[in-house]
Design a protein around this ligand. Structure first.
Ligand code: PLP
Length: 332
């Protein structure tokens, strides 16, 4: 099986912002765009993206999961980066059009069609280091993906990093390229020197998130995760899991979680922790490394609550459970 996100559908939807307005969206080849080497995005990182999925149900119908949330976040990212405002209705139509066109290429469960809307500043103007691009391009790429856990799921090890941070704090809720480049050096260092899978960024001793996923702690009937603020990415999966947890009768606590509290709660045998994000949905965390010492979270294995949360979310996505929160948009 090809690596996640390395296979692309040959066409994509594309619209450009020129002369203060959006052009009509077109379907174009997905392996070539025209971009000046002096384009704003290539020098000053005026770029943001989204990641969402379309799922094929057993009856062959195709449904996009929580598209409105991703479009709203793309609009927010664009605003916070001083890119042109997106036209949310147009983006919604672009996503629906391209997914509908390639509905027969949406893989069966446990695969999905990963959808990657991307917005970049295209003005050729290298003098604009401190002013916004006047033109931009928005495209919607599609990538059919297989089972994320085809090689088997295992509980991850996270390095707790108190000294660094994933990105500049005011950029945390922007889904933008530079933030990932910023998290790469500490993540590679943690893999190499601590044999960790990921870094959990904990500036000032408080948990935020990893390079590309949110962190949630499960202690008995309570699920604890950082409350929304501008320092981290507001995951759609995070929000969906909290809703499902509440539906299951769990207590949902959105608040600050310190390393001290995390390590203390991890000692209990039934504590679990997860990372959440669209690509993998739910990944269990089995151990933590802090100041050179290793700590197990509960049993250190994939736990029953993590398994149930992921199953319930997958069941909604694949049409096996009632979509009572209206999260799905049927396109084919
Ligand atoms: C995309 C992303 C997430 C997860 O968001 P979802 O909407 O659940 O996919 C979490 N953290 C970061 C930094 C991300 O880029």
């Amino acid at each position: 099986m090809a690596e996640f996100g390395s296979v692309f559908i040959p066409k994509m939807a594309l619209a450009t912002f020129e002369n203060n307005q959006w052009t009509e969206a077109e379907i174009v080849d997905s392996d070539s765009i025209q971009l000046h080497p002096g384009a704003h995005v290539l020098h000053y990182s005026s770029t943001c993206f989204e990641g969402l999925k379309a799922f094929k149900h057993q009856d062959g119908s195709v449904h996009i999961f929580r598209m409105d949330q991703n479009i709203a976040r793309l609009a927010q990212s664009s605003r916070l980066l001083s890119l042109p405002n997106i036209n949310e209705k147009q983006v919604s139509k672009m996503i629906i059009d391209i997914v509908t066109r390639y509905a027969s290429d949406v893989p069966d469960a446990p695969g999905a069609m990963y959808i990657r809307p991307t917005h970049i500043g295209t003005e050729a103007a290298i003098g604009k280091a401190s002013s916004p691009t006047v033109s931009s391009m928005l495209y919607v790429l599609l990538s059919p993906v297989g089972d994320y856990f085809a090689n088997g799921a295992r509980a991850l090890t996270l390095l707790l990093d108190e000294d660094g941070q994933r990105c500049a704090p005011h950029m945390g809720m922007v889904k933008s390229g530079g933030n990932y480049a910023s998290a790469l050096t500490p993540t590679l260092k943690a893999k190499k020197e601590s044999h960790a899978d990921q870094v959990l960024f904990c500036p000032n001793g408080y948990i935020t998130e990893s390079a590309a996923a949110n962190f949630l702690l499960i202690d008995g009937n309570e699920i604890i995760t950082k409350g929304l603020d501008s320092s981290f990415l507001h995951g759609v999966t995070r929000s969906s899991i909290l809703t499902i947890a509440a539906d299951m009768g769990m207590k949902v606590s959105e608040r600050e979680l310190s390393i001290v509290e995390l390590l203390e709660r991890s000692e209990k045998h039934n504590t679990e922790a997860i990372l959440s994000g669209t690509a993998a949905v739910v990944t269990s965390v089995g151990s933590l490394i802090h100041k050179g010492c290793s700590f197990k979270i509960g049993s250190g294995e994939i736990g029953p609550v993590a398994t149930e949360l992921r199953q319930r979310l997958n069941d909604i996505q694949w049409g096996k459970a009632q979509d009572k929160h209206n999260w799905l948009t049927q396109v084919a």
